[in-house]
Design a protein around this ligand. Structure first.
Ligand code: FPP
Length: 248
């Protein structure tokens, strides 16, 4: 490591984190915005707005720490079942955030990416995501993937449809082939998944890719997610022995 360590990298080292063995791909289930708002007597959408602020911090911290891929669950394929006011509020918040953060993402060499059934999203949000991806396509820093209208099962269904349309022989179907037909085939599988707000569930997020990822759950709701949570999760990740089904 050179002398130009970022502040968070120095803090990480002080806490015993090895910067050479960070998770390559961090996935986050940002849960608890609604409960956080309710506790304050606020509307749920205000919780999502605070969640946006927490996400800005998490992206820049993950980037400064040296993590190469960050994927966040911003809207699941099942979230359409929420009241229409909340769905519309979330769609416009994600669009607004994508547009507002584009300059800062670009300045920080972030490459914006997307995962999910984008064709079913409102035109304005689709445009914001496509514009952002185009603008940051040549950036070489952290790849930041927004999972919007994303479902792990739907992703596998879409991959199977592609394989059938391409008339693959069943004998040729392998895990690698399925993996190559997922939404982001060039990304490494997530190796650490953080979930906030205490639920011990996977919630249909990166089902195929996350088969061996380490889970780290905090009781704190997403709007309270801080640099300390990120460092604690990475520290715990490095403490675990990853066996991939073998004996180590
Ligand atoms: C879960 O909290 C959170 C979501 C369904 C949406 C996540 C959205 C954000 C963090 C807002 C900003 C996103 C972007 C991309 C700018 P919940 O509503 O399920 O909370 P609850 O379980 O307490 O009800």
């Amino acid at each position: 490591m050179d002398t130009k360590l970022k502040k968070i990298q120095v803090q990480a080292q002080e806490q015993g984190i090895d910067l050479e063995t960070l998770p390559h791909h961090l996935a986050i289930i940002m849960d608890g915005n609604g409960r956080w708002a309710k506790k304050k007597g606020w509307q749920r959408l205000l919780g999502h707005r605070e969640g946006y602020k927490a996400l800005r911090g998490a992206l820049l911290n993950a980037s400064d720490l040296g993590i190469k891929y960050l994927t966040v669950y911003a809207f699941s394929a099942e979230n359409w079942r929420r009241p229409s006011e909340e769905v519309e509020g979330l769609m416009s918040l994600i669009e607004k955030a994508t547009r507002e953060e584009l300059r800062i993402m670009h300045t920080n060499n972030v490459r914006l990416n997307f995962s999910g059934r984008i064709e079913e999203l409102p035109a304005g949000l689709r445009d914001a995501l496509e514009t952002g991806m185009e603008m940051t396509a040549n950036n070489t820093g952290i790849v930041f993937t927004l999972a919007v209208n994303y479902g792990g099962r739907a992703e596998i269904v879409d991959a199977v449809k592609d394989l059938i349309a391409a008339e693959f022989d069943p004998e040729d179907i392998t895990e690698e082939l399925i993996s190559a037909h997922l939404y982001n085939p060039h990304q490494p599988d997530p190796d650490l998944m953080i979930r906030t707000a205490g639920e011990m569930r996977w919630s249909n997020f990166l089902l195929f890719q996350g088969a061996y990822c380490e889970l780290w759950v905090t009781q704190d709701p997403w709007p309270e997610f801080s640099k300390q949570h990120l460092l604690a999760a990475v520290k715990e990740f490095q403490r675990r022995t990853r066996k991939f089904g073998a004996v180590v």
